[in-house]
Structure formats: C-alpha cells, structure tokens
Design a protein around this ligand. Structure first.
Ligand SMILES: Nc1ncnc2c1ncn2[C@@H]1O[C@H](COP(=O)(O)OP(=O)(O)O)[C@@H](O)[C@H]1O
Ligand SMILES: [Mg+2]
Length: 254
C-alpha cells in the first residue's frame, strides 16, 4: 500500500517558488495497476519521485507499506528504495559502457547479495523480458524497446513491491510501446503493484485505474472494473479526495 495525505512539495530557486504538489492525496492498493495522466508540468514526475523515495517534501504524510516514510534520513530512504521500489524512466537510464548483464546488476550490488544470488536474479530477470541472448551486448547495440526491457529487468531483479514508471513508452514507437505495456500488464498480473505515468490514453485505459493530476492535485479518476482481477476487486473503490465533482467519482467504465 502506498498512501499520500496532504502532501505539499515546493521547488525553490533563487527567483521563484514552484508549488509542484499541493494538498496531494492518493492511495494505491497492493496489486493495483494505476495510470497517471495530466498536462506537462502538472506534478506527475514529482509525485512519482516522492513515491519512489527519490525526493523529499515539506508537508503532509507518506505511508509506504504501512510505514511512515515522510521524514527519513537519506541513508534509510536509499535503503528502503532499493528494497521496495523498481523504477523505469522514459530515457531508459542504462549505463552506456556496461553490458546488459552488468546494468541489471547495478542495483543488486548495493543489496549485499552473494554473487551467485545476483547471477541467478539477473538471469531470471533477463529471461522474463526475453533478452537472455543479449546479456553481453551494450545498450547502444539494442533497439529502444529492448533497452526499455533491460530497464524493466533491472527493476524486477530487485524483486520490488512497487514498480514506478515515468512515461516508459514516451521514447518508443507504437509497436514497441505496446510490447512494453504487454510486459507491464503481465508483471502486474503476477502480483506487482504498478504506477505508470503516460501521455497515451490507449495505454492508460489498460490500467485498473486512471488518475489525472492537474496543477499539483489529483483532479479526476476512472476505474476500469473489467480489468481488475479478483485479488484486487475489493480495493476498487479508489481514493481521490481532491476530486472536483461527484460526476467524476461516478465515472466508472465497465
Ligand atoms: N528540480 C526542480 N526545480 C525547480 N522546479 C522544478 C523541479 N522539478 C520540477 N519542477 C517544477 O515543478 C512542476 C512540476 O513538474 P513535474 O513534476 O516534472 O511535472 P510533469 O512530470 O507533470 O511534467 C513544474 O512546474 C516544474 O517546472
Ligand atoms: Mg514528467
């Protein structure tokens, strides 16, 4: 479970203050697949970075797996992030001079696993994304879709509870985007909680629930009940405390 209550995030530069999140409320239940949409600059990445313990915030509360993680030291935040969160970014963020195997290994090295455990996890993860044969290739030798699959393998190898994806298909053509989305869907069906920011309404519709962020707040959500498996069905009520209208709350699409 991931729950934010009245979270406020301000970016301060010499000249201006940006209120990136204002009174931000959201709950994501275990096993859910949530798609986040909204205009550019509305706070989607800020939300995801806070959810993924990459950034701190000034006010409000954030509960991760029932634990208050609002105010932790950098060290403890990094450790928790490494254990519980997998990240996928629009630009893949692979290390260009490491081969695929070693890229997937990077976050595992921080976890103190034995080399045989790391090897097992890396091979399993590469197998899951269908890239075993490419283990010794460099990122530049792969297509964009394959590079994103490596990034998915890197996220999965840590066996995180939450997978956070920031426009993971933004740099891909539509065929590759669909393949990556198919993969995320399978991963979710195997029980992982996924929050994905996307601009693509067709991909968003494939999630259990769509949340819209406008001007640093959740303004709308839709629940796609037909996608929800039995294990998450009792969690389908959702949460959108900032929702502007009763009409939005009723906008359930079967
Ligand atoms: N590091 C930063 N420093 C200053 N302002 C920032 C920083 N990151 C984001 N912002 C501002 O915060 C707002 C929300 O940004 P962001 O979360 O990246 O939006 P989105 O992902 O929805 O496009 C924007 O106005 C953006 O310019
Ligand atoms: Mg963004």
């Amino acid at each position: 479970m991931l729950k934010m209550q009245s979270v406020k995030k301000i970016y301060r530069t010499a000249m201006i203050e940006t209120h990136a999140l204002r009174d931000f409320n959201l709950e994501v239940k275990e096993g859910e697949f949530v798609a986040v949409t909204g205009p550019s600059g509305s706070g989607k990445t800020t939300f995801l970075n806070i959810a993924g313990l990459l950034e701190t915030f000034e006010e409000g509360q954030y509960l991760l797996d029932g634990k208050d993680v609002s105010r932790l030291s950098d060290n403890i935040r990094s450790k928790l992030r490494n254990e519980k969160i997998g990240f996928i970014f629009q630009g893949f963020n692979l290390i260009s001079d490491l081969n695929i195997f070693d890229n997937v290994d990077v976050p595992l090295r921080y976890r103190g696993f034995s080399s045989s455990e790391r090897k097992k996890r890396i091979n399993n993860a590469l197998d899951m994304v269908g890239l075993t044969a490419r283990a010794r290739h460099l990122p530049s030798q792969l297509s964009g879709g394959q590079q994103q699959r490596v990034a998915i393998a890197r996220a999965l190898a840590g066996e995180p509870k939450f997978l956070l994806a920031d426009e993971p298909t933004g740099n891909l053509d539509s065929l590759m985007a669909r393949q990556v989305m198919d993969m995320l869907e399978d991963i979710n069906k195997n029980g992982m909680t996924i929050v994905m920011v996307t601009h693509d309404p067709d991909l968003a519709r494939r999630a259990h629930r769509n949340i819209q962020i406008v001007d640093g707040q959740v303004t709308d959500f839709k629940i796609y009940e037909s996608h929800i498996d039995s294990h998450t069905a009792d969690n389908s009520d959702g949460t959108a405390k900032n929702s502007n209208s009763a009409k939005n709350l009723a906008a359930k699409t079967i």
